[in-house]
Each structure stands twice: as structure tokens, then as C-alpha cells.
Design a binder for this molecule. Sequence first.
Ligand SMILES: NC(=O)c1ccc[n+]([C@@H]2O[C@H](COP(=O)([O-])OP(=O)(O)OC[C@H]3O[C@@H](n4cnc5c(N)ncnc54)[C@H](O)[C@@H]3O)[C@@H](O)[C@H]2O)c1
Length: 430
Amino acid sequence: MSGPFSTATHELRAGMVGMGMIFDETYRPFFEQAHATGLYDPTYGLCRVNLAAVASRTGSRAEAYKKAAGDRIAPFVSYREPDSIGQLLASGVDFVCVATPDDRHFAAAKAALEAGKHVLIEKPSVLSLDELDELDRIARAKNVLAKVVYHKLLDPDHKKLRTLVADGELQHVNTGYCTLLEPKSISGSQFAEWIVGRNPGTYVAVHYIKLIDFTFGGRLKSISCSGQRGIVGPADGPTWDSTQLRMIYEYGDGREAAFDIHTSWVTPDNFPGYVDQEVQFRFDNGVWNAHSRKRGIECTVEGRTPFTRKVNINNHYNGVFLEPWNDRSQRGYGIEVLERFVREVATVEFGGPADKRSARLAAARQLAYNDIAADRQTVAAVQAMEAILAKHVAGTPNCVVEIDHKLGGLVLFAPGSATPEVLYTGRVNS
Ligand SMILES: NC(=O)c1ccc[n+]([C@@H]2O[C@H](COP(=O)([O-])OP(=O)(O)OC[C@H]3O[C@@H](n4cnc5c(N)ncnc54)[C@H](O)[C@@H]3O)[C@@H](O)[C@H]2O)c1
């Protein structure tokens, strides 16, 4: 370091596992911007960030991207199955982003952590607390970061909500409802390869589970869930069209709040609000209402909306813009959240003397918005929801999971059964 503004230069080489929709939406623009300008911070100077290697099932989208991107991205190596991740890890990368289908996050993240790489995982991090414990344990043993992407926490509207709660202006949340509706094209074509046995709750309710958990704190007490089948798959099969999740939290003063999260991925494709979202949080002294179709934009273009262009546009998440100074840009909180993670890695590795690395690592781990260790209650809710839906498929609907019951951390109670089932033996909260 030369004085308070470092002029050092460094490089971080990224590995990308999964080259699907979310890569194209957020990782691609992030890596292209980072390729063009690097990241600067007074503590570490200039950090170049290069996408060095990618892993995917077939490699076809990686090759298409390489051709289309030209010099917007540095040359990268594309590995495909079998053992695409093993090859990627052997190629020498510094951190790994995991954006595979959610039931394949664990294996990829575990392999990357065991190889001593920092890891960023798409939401939901993993599908069970046992998996979460294992990733956290390996990350600590290898002295690397294991982090999760919950970009909704960076939405300016949600930052404002949290600010009002943190400052005591909105007091004691009582109830909340959230709904997030994905178009049918998501379940019907986009995710057709991995949709069997999956549900939209794990895929998108998790955004709101995390928002509620992170914004309001409290202890998760119980989970119940119901849903519908028959459109994506057979009405008696394992694949869900829509789900309704209920979470009960308890706060420090012993008072409780109930939150309902309704999700679907079979909304008609011509619905004007792409990824339609609505929330209400009711407090002792206030109400917070948000609605994606009332965010302020309604745009109609003959022959284009609502199919190739949506009527209600979320320009905060991720938008392509002509800037006032005539540059073309792609920006938003969906991209910002990835940059934050890479800045955290750069700070750990280069943000001061080598003998202070462990202090910088510990500080980065304290960030509850993305650290895997702070994802316990969210993963508990996801694991409980998946277990309840599996019971429903097997003929026992309306189960309830209690958290940190005397029998275990996650305990499932089925109607008509006197024998509870322990899903997780450890404590969710210490
Ligand atoms: N943050 C968000 O809002 C958001 C939005 C969409 C998706 N996601 C998350 O991103 C993840 C991926 O979603 P997507 O929409 O990009 O899915 P997708 O189906 O479009 O792409 C999945 C990618 O993973 C690759 N893949 C699958 N199995 C693999 C394996 N075993 N090894 C290596 N690569 C493998 C596929 O080849 C493909 O490139 C999911 O966890 C999803 O929840 C997040």
C-alpha cells in the first residue's frame, strides 16, 4: 500500500458454474463491466476481475456467449459434464459462483470450498441444514468465504424498509403477506430440464423468507405450507404449480408475527407484470405496502408488450439504459450484489497486510446479508417447506414443522400421527 490510496494492482480469477438464465441476466453484465474497468478501492487499489473458466452441463451456451461477447470478456475456458466442476477447479480460479439448479448447489459449492476457493451461491443456498452445516464447516476450515445471493436485500425499497425498522420508526411487525408470481414460460420451458419434483416456493418464496428474516430478525418458530399441482405436472405428482407458505416468528418481547408467502410459476405469459410482486407488512404503528405493478412504470409498445417487452418494468433490479452521457449501460441491484461479493473477496485477499487476513475474513463473515452462517433460518424454512410438500405428495397434507422443539431443531408433525419426525437434530438457533 502506498499511503491511504493504494495504487497496487491485483487480479481475481472467477469460475462460473451454471451458464443459464441468471448468468445471462446478472453475472454476464457484472463480469463484462469488471473486465472493462476492474474494481478500485483505496485499501487494495485496482483489482482486475477476469472470468477465467466456466462449467455447465453441455457447454453450448458458454460457446455461444464466447462468440457473441467478443472482446467484452477475456478468453475463458469452458468445461462441460462429466466432471465440469472438477476441471474448473483444477484450472486455477480464486473464487467460484454457483448458479446451477437449486438442488445442485450443494455439490458444486462443497467441491469449490474443499478446493479452498471463495464461493458465492445463488439463492436458496442449500436445501437442508445438514448441507448448510457442512458448507460452513468447510469454509471455516479452509479460511474462505461462503456467501449467498439474495439480491432483494439490495432493492432500494427494501433498504428503506429496513432503515425505518432499524431506526424504530416502524415498530414491531405484526403480520405480513408477500406474493411473487412467475410466468408459465419459466416452469414450462425455461426450467423444463430440472422442474420435476420442484416447487416455486423454494425458487422464489425464498427471496421473501430472507427479506423477512434479515429485516425483522426474531426467531422462526413454525412453518406450514400448502399448494396446487396439475398444470406443470400431474395433479398427484411431485411437481408444484403454486405454494402458500406460512411462517411464525417470535420477537424478543415474546410477541409473535405471522407471514404468508404465496408463489406460482404458472401465471399466464401475457400477464402484464412479469414476476409480479406484492407485499404488505403491518406494524404496531404503521403499514408498508409495495406492489411491482404500481412501482410507477407502465409502458405499451404495439406488437411487443407484454411478450418481448414487459408492461411493468423493474428498472431497479437490472436494466439496460442509455445514460445521459450517451454510454450504454446495464445496471441495478441484481448486478450490484455480485460486485459487493467480489469486493469482499478482494478486501480479504488484498485489503491490508497478509498477517491481518484472518481479521478481514472474520469481518466479512459478520455480514449477515450474505454469509452462509446467517442463512440458518432461511434454510430451515426451505427444508421444512420441502418436507411438508413431500408429505403432501405422499398422501399426508397439512403437516407443520416446529423449529427448535425439544425433540430437535426441525420437527415435523403430521395430522393424525402421534409420532413426530425429526428432520434436523441440531439446533437452528443456539
Ligand atoms: N437471484 C435471482 O433472482 C435468480 C433468478 C433466477 C435464478 N436464480 C437462481 O440461479 C440458479 C440457476 O437458475 P437459472 O435460472 O440460471 O437456471 P437455468 O436452468 O437457466 O441454468 C442452469 C445452468 O446450470 C447448469 N448445470 C446444471 N447442472 C449442472 C451440473 N451438475 N454441473 C454444472 N452445471 C450444471 C446448466 O448447464 C445451466 O447452464 C438457481 O439456483 C436459481 O434459483 C436466481
